[in-house]
Ligand binder design. Structure first.
Ligand SMILES: [Zn+2]
Ligand SMILES: [Zn+2]
Length: 152
């Protein structure tokens, strides 16, 4: 299945192929910064090859890896600043990417609920919601990280 990745100004930035592999609520500083200062980011993980950018590269702002603790460059719409994706593969060669919130995907995935809260030690929300989701300090050190790797 193909979906479009649209930014807030309604441009089709990329085509997304298949389904994301994992959806999480991330509380880390990098995600909060990428999300324009919100308290958390609704984030999805996928294989980098599932994202085909269809706009000319100069329509995207690349914020370099050096700006983020997780050392992944992130890409934003030049006009509305919507976070589109982060390229994990440029960090360590794993074919992984982060994509922005569910709202960027059209059509969305109504049945794909977040699986966990992560980087809870960095949270700025006074309290996490009572949603029953597991809470981990990092994805890679949790069983969810291993599971994700096996799906990429
Ligand atoms: Zn994060
Ligand atoms: Zn835009």
């Amino acid at each position: 299945m193909e979906r479009t990745i649209k930014c807030a100004c309604d441009k089709i930035i990329a085509i997304f192929i298949g389904d994301p592999k994992l959806r999480t609520i991330c509380h880390c500083r990098d995600c909060r910064k990428a999300n324009g200062g919100d308290d958390f980011q609704d984030l999805m993980f996928c294989n980098i090859n599932q994202i085909k950018v269809v706009v000319p590269r100069d329509q995207l702002i690349e914020v370099p890896a050096s700006e983020y603790k997780d050392e992944c460059p992130r890409y934003f719409c030049k006009d509305c600043n919507t976070f589109i994706y982060g390229d994990v593969s440029q960090k360590d060669g794993r074919p992984m990417a982060l994509i922005g919130p569910m709202s960027v995907l059209t059509p969305t995935l109504p049945n794909m609920k977040p699986s966990l809260h992560m980087y809870i030690q960095d949270k700025v929300m006074p309290a996490l919601p009572n949603d029953g989701l597991p809470r981990v300090e990092s994805l890679s050190k949790s069983p969810y990280g291993k599971e994700l790797m096996s799906k990429l």
